[in-house]
Design a protein around this ligand. Structure first.
Ligand code: HEM
Length: 399
């Protein structure tokens, strides 16, 4: 490592901040340097918090909701106006929401969307396959994820789906924080409108309708809760899916041996997918608040302290994964990755994520088996609590 990079890392470690633009090109090096120094660090950014980087400590905090509460909020910088449900609740209320929501998110439920999503993926590919090149973020990953959420899962009309997609893109993918805040407000206003409108329509048996008429702890779900649930699905699921599709495609477009093995044997998909999610977790981090003084990784935390869990660091902890920076299909301890979280808040949408990304990659490889990411392409990574490639430029044989 050069002296300049060492110096730059020093500045990134001190008062570590996932929103620091300088992390774009030094993200994993910074986390590695922090792990070498210890599992838990202090940062004074955004009013101060503890940064947890060790796999053991991240897992411990994720599982211990009694000492590490989600009720104080899970997002670092205040871009969102709405309380998200159920992620910003602790048990027992959290469990009541999960009981209502879980049946909609099983592996079997995810599989029911596969055929329709595959048809839409093919339609998107038809639009650029004759060009011989494309940015797969704009032309493929974003519209595919939006189609899944707004058309298939929420069952919105084409106009409504387009409005939601616009607001989501602004909230999740704008480079300026002001634009993101405006996007989140638009999204909230729009989701509110959809919920009110849904009340006036006959039952359609879809997700929104079924949750709207459901009960938590023997009482009806309130309108505010329903709005918080729908918004969380969008902000927790849309960009994580887009980023994961982008990360897999970048890997395949750069490592043609893996691309060709996968194209020849699609049963490798789960291994490729899981390793991508371990190696480049799209959900970077999450916040908790300490409810009682406690020692963690050699540091003394006090009631009221905020803590940020770095999933992206835990997944590269060298005490758990051999050569963690390497992309290895078929790691035998891949199940120890913690990209979907752990404990009571473990991602409810993990089977949906796997389904969306598998459909996206399988359809694309079938049609563009020789896709290549040009070796000189510079990939800009979005930074924040979610991380992924802003563009995925590829070339391929036009047809
Ligand atoms: C590769 C894609 C995804 C990753 C890496 C991911 C990651 C995570 C993580 C780390 C958490 C834990 C949050 C915490 O501990 O507070 C979480 C929770 C959650 N995720 Fe995902 N997610 C993904 C896709 C999705 C999708 C597609 C959906 C929706 C369909 C979704 C919906 C949720 C919800 C609702 C929660 C909150 C669960 C709770 O609080 O009980 N996620 N996700």
């Amino acid at each position: 490592m050069t002296a300049t990079v060492e110096f730059e890392l020093e500045g990134l470690i001190e008062n570590f901040d996932v929103h620091d633009e300088r992390l774009k090109d030094h993200f994993y090096e910074t986390l590695e340097a922090m792990r070498r120094r210890g599992p838990v660090h202090r940062s004074e950014a955004h009013g101060g918090y503890w940064v947890v980087v060790g796999h053991r400590e991240v897992t411990q905090v994720a599982r211990d909701w009694r000492h590490f509460s989600s009720a104080g909020g899970v997002v670092l910088a205040g871009t969102k106006p709405q309380k998200y449900v159920p992620v910003e609740y602790d048990p027992p209320q959290h469990q009541s929401f999960r009981r209502l929501l879980n049946p909609h998110f099983s592996k079997a439920a995810a599989a029911t969307f596969e055929p329709q999503l595959a048809v839409f993926a093919d339609k998107l590919i038809d639009a650029f396959i004759a060009n011989g090149s494309a940015d797969l973020t704009e032309a493929y990953a974003k519209p595919l994820a939006a189609h899944f959420f707004f058309d298939l899962f929420f069952g919105l009309s084409p106009d409504e789906a387009a409005q939601c997609e616009r607001a989501t893109n602004q909230a999740m993918f704008s480079s300026s924080v002001e634009d993101q805040i405006e996007g989140f407000s638009q999204l909230e206003r729009y989701v509110r409108y959809l919920v009110v409108r849904r009340r006036e329509l006959p039952s359609d048996g879809g997700f929104i309708d079924s949750v709207r008429t459901g009960e938590v702890d023997g009482r009806p779900v309130t309108e505010e809760e329903l709005i918080g649930i729908i918004q969380l699905m969008i902000v927790g699921g849309d960009d994580t899916a887009v980023h994961t599709i982008g990360n897999v495609l970048l890997e395949l477009g750069r490592h043609h041996d893996i691309r060709d093995r996968l194209a020849a044997d699609v049963s490798l998909m789960p291994s490729v997918l899981e390793e991508t999610i371990r190696h480049m977790p799209p959900a970077v981090s999450i916040m908790r608040t300490v409810t009682e003084d406690i020692e963690l990784g050699g540091q003394q935390l006090q009631v009221g302290d905020r803590v940020i869990l770095m999933w992206s660091s835990a997944n590269r902890d060298e005490t758990v994964f051999d050569d963690p920076a390497e992309f290895q299909v078929g790691r035998d301890n891949i199940r120890q990755h913690i990209a979907f979280g752990g404990g009571v808040h473990k991602c409810i949408g993990e089977w949906f994520a796997r389904m969306i990304v598998s459909v996206a990659v399988e359809r694309l490889l079938r049609r563009l088996p020789d896709l290549v990411v040009p070796p000189d392409a510079h990939i800009d990574y979005r930074m924040g609590q979610s991380r992924g490639p802003a563009t995925v430029p590829v070339t391929f044989t036009a047809s």
